[in-house]
Design a protein around this ligand. Structure first.
Ligand SMILES: Cc1cc2nc3c(=O)[nH]c(=O)nc-3n(C[C@H](O)[C@H](O)[C@H](O)COP(=O)(O)O)c2cc1C
Length: 319
């Protein structure tokens, strides 16, 4: 059966992101994939209200991880469930992702977390429920993704938070990112269609997705196909936090801890143990650690018996 690739653009109609995502999709189609494209700003997708009924539904065993909001997210969700590969293009706004991009990440968020969904699914089956009453079984499909970040600025660091934050789209579903393209200086060109170098890189990105989807082994499928290995061996980005103990570092994308050393030439070296790499929130173990913390430590109503009383001075205050 043909692999399905979903392209999402968060850019302006027929501008850089739209055309780059479609270019990559065309390569996938040439390789035999079925493709679908959405320009997400055309869709009515409301922000998450934070009601967490998706998670409560799953942890209580009564829900499937669905959302109470009724809008076009259902259309996007069905396409996400169907796809094997995802290609996402986003413009840079204020060094970062657009507001709509963040809204979609939040709507995918905890409701699609594969560790929550898997536990609900397996416990439900064991309790004799039918698959229709349980989280969508397509949630557990292995998927790959590639990111295209576009910035008008001439300096690369004006796109600084793009790729780290684009990962938010893949966290909860455990989608493996296998390639990324960072296109800065877009405003020096009327359109990306006049930038042969970037167009060639976008075609390569599409070919990389098609190649990953055709892989016979899991190792081949997940293989990193980006231009640079990056400092973090899991997310392949270069961001790093230095913790207050001044001994420990943390990859902000993965959440893994590591150590920093200087080699004989004075070059900075980062070290993340195998165990810490597995703890990355891009991997099953890291996600499970998080969902288990929530399941075992989050408290429900009733912990503060006089909460209503304590709340009184705040109701309507300065509104
Ligand atoms: C509100 C706003 C903020 C922007 N901030 C940045 C920025 O911080 N860095 C940058 O490189 N480009 C910035 N840009 C430029 C866009 O990233 C650029 O126009 C991009 O090509 C838009 O993608 P599109 O052509 O696919 O619509 C900004 C544009 C807007 C509208």
């Amino acid at each position: 059966m043909a692999k399905k690739v979903l392209g999402l653009s968060f850019g302006r109609k027929n501008k850089n992101c739209d055309i780059m995502v479609k270019t990559a999709l065309m390569e996938c189609e040439k390789a035999g994939c079925e493709v679908k494209f959405f320009r997400v700003d055309d869709m009515d997708i409301k922000p998450c209200t934070g009601c967490i009924s998706c998670v409560i539904g799953m942890t209580s065993g009564r829900g499937k991880g669905g959302c109470v909001l009724k809008d076009d997210f259902a259309i996007l969700d069905e396409a996400l469930m169907e796809c094997d590969g995802l290609i996402v293009g986003c413009p840079t706004y204020e060094t970062s992702i657009t507001g709509k991009f963040k809204i979609v990440c939040d709507r995918i968020g905890p409701s699609h977390d594969i560790t929550f969904r898997k536990a609900t699914y397996e416990e439900g089956l064991a309790a004799g429920k039918s698959p229709e009453q349980l989280p969508d079984v397509r949630s557990f499909k292995k998927r790959v993704a590639a990111f295209i970040a576009v910035g008008g600025a001439m300096t690369e660091n004006w796109l600084e938070f793009m790729l780290p934050l684009m990962y938010e789209m893949t966290f909860s579903m455990g989608i493996d990112v296998i390639d990324m393209q960072k296109y800065w200086g877009a405003m020096a060109f009327e359109h990306v269609l006049g930038n042969d170098k970037q167009m060639a890189r976008t075609r390569k990105l599409g070919q990389n997705i098609a190649e990953a989807l055709a892989a016979e082994t899991e190792e081949q499928r997940m293989l990193w196909r980006g231009d640079e290995q990056g400092l973090c061996p899991v997310c392949h980005l270069n961001m790093v936090n230095i913790l207050p103990d001044r001994k420990t570092i943390e990859c902000p994308v993965c959440g893994s801890y590591g150590k920093l050393t200087l080699d004989a030439d004075g070059n900075i070296q980062l070290h993340y143990t195998e165990e810490e790499q597995l703890r990355s929130r891009l991997r099953w173990a890291g996600k499970l650690e998080h969902s288990t913390e929530i399941k075992t430590q989050a408290v429900g109503p009733g912990q503060i018996p006089d909460l209503k009383e304590r709340m009184k001075p705040y109701i309507g205050y300065a509104e």
